[in-house]
Write a protein that binds this ligand. Structure first.
Ligand code: BG6
Length: 337
């Protein structure tokens, strides 16, 4: 898992140098699509949630994301379906593709396996090409899926020159985060015995909270709940006390002040808080002890940086708790049954 996390900046740099090339049919389908559906499971489902945000922000097109385990049972009416699965072998994903085949909806598959069953079923395939991912908790394949979905959403969207420029800088910013491993490991050490963990994100960082929580479950055996920051006060806050830890993903973006008020509320209830925020933000270390800084970037790109922190934090927590982070019990890389 750690080897694969450390590969991420290089993988992203290579993707930026040679992004995926689309054929004319796929390009036309993406540009003309009015109703888009993204389908995946687990980590790939979370990548899909980010993909939907990118599409909606950049092209204004509404996008729905459905877990593959549900998608086969719904009467779905879309003109473009994007299926995300790093293995390309997940049973629920394949079943869904077989089910919609007769509907003749254009399907795009995103997978890290060139000759997967998914690649035989989808109309057009995007091969992630990031090398085999051996660790069961997916890390590098998630970032690559999210980068590909961003590329899809940017297609035909020339207005975003500044986003393109910021995206190119991400690998360097990720390297900066990985230089701070000691700080992140120290946070993991301090919180390793907490079994109740809330991971909170608003807006673009909500899917990051879900994915971070999944990494905590898989790699560290911690029952972490990923949640919309705004939902904590509608019930779950009753569980906040000194025995529960909360991690707030709160870069200096449009949602920052809401997140800060939530942080104060959690503190008032005696809950320990870790915050991930933007470098240069001087507010937080006056209030709490555990602040992890990420470099400044565009709002839409913070999910890449916050995810990397959470992957490394979950990995470190798992190692410190004595877990086999690469092979968590009861899990396999692709669920074929
Ligand atoms: C699960 C794995 O079984 O399958 C998860 O344990 C993974 O880590 C999920 O995210 C989906 O896998 P895939 O290959 O379809 O992306």
């Amino acid at each position: 898992m750690i080897k694969e996390i450390l590969e991420i900046p290089r993988i992203l740099r290579e993707f930026i140098k040679s992004p995926f090339v689309f054929d004319a049919t796929a390009l036309r389908k993406i540009k003309l699509a009015k109703r888009i559906l993204i389908v995946g499971c687990g980590t790939s489902y979370h990548a899909g949630l980010l993909g939907a945000i990118f599409f909606e922000e950049l092209s204004g097109k509404p996008v729905r994301v459905v877990s593959a385990s549900e998608a086969s049972h719904q009467n779905l009416n879309y003109d473009l379906v994007v299926v995300v699965s790093q293995s390309g072998e997940t049973k629920d994903v394949l079943e869904f593709l077989r089910k919609i085949k007769p509907k003749k909806i254009f399907t795009i598959g995103i997978s890290n396996s060139k000759n997967s069953l998914l690649s035989r079923l989808a109309d057009f395939n995007i091969y992630q090409n990031v090398g085999l991912e051996k660790s069961i908790p997916a890390t590098k394949t998630f970032i690559s899926q999210v980068a590909i979905l961003l590329q899809l959403a940017l297609m035909g969207n020339k207005k975003n020159a500044s986003l393109h420029e910021s995206f190119k800088k991400l690998p360097n910013l990720m390297e900066k985060i990985l230089e701070r491993q000691e700080k992140i490991r120290a946070v993991a050490e301090k919180y390793k015995s907490f079994d109740k963990f809330f991971i909170l994100g608003a807006g673009f960082n909500f899917p990051v909270a879900l994915e971070g929580a999944l990494k905590f479950k898989e790699a560290a055996g911690i029952l972490a709940e990923g949640m919309l920051a705004g939902e904590l006060k509608h019930g779950p806050i009753t569980l906040v006390d000194k025995s529960s830890a909360s991690l707030l993903i709160m870069p200096k973006d449009l949602r920052y002040w809401e997140n800060l008020s939530l942080l104060l509320e959690i503190k008032k209830n005696g809950g320990p808080v870790v915050a991930i925020t933007t470098e240069g933000n001087k507010d937080l270390d006056k209030i709490i002890k555990d602040v992890i800084y990420i470099p400044k970037t565009e709002e839409l790109l913070y999910p890449f940086l916050a995810t990397l922190v959470l992957q490394f934090l979950a990995y470190s927590s798992g190692v410190l708790r004595g877990y086999n982070v690469d092979k968590p019990r009861n899990l396999s890389k692709a669920v074929r049954i």
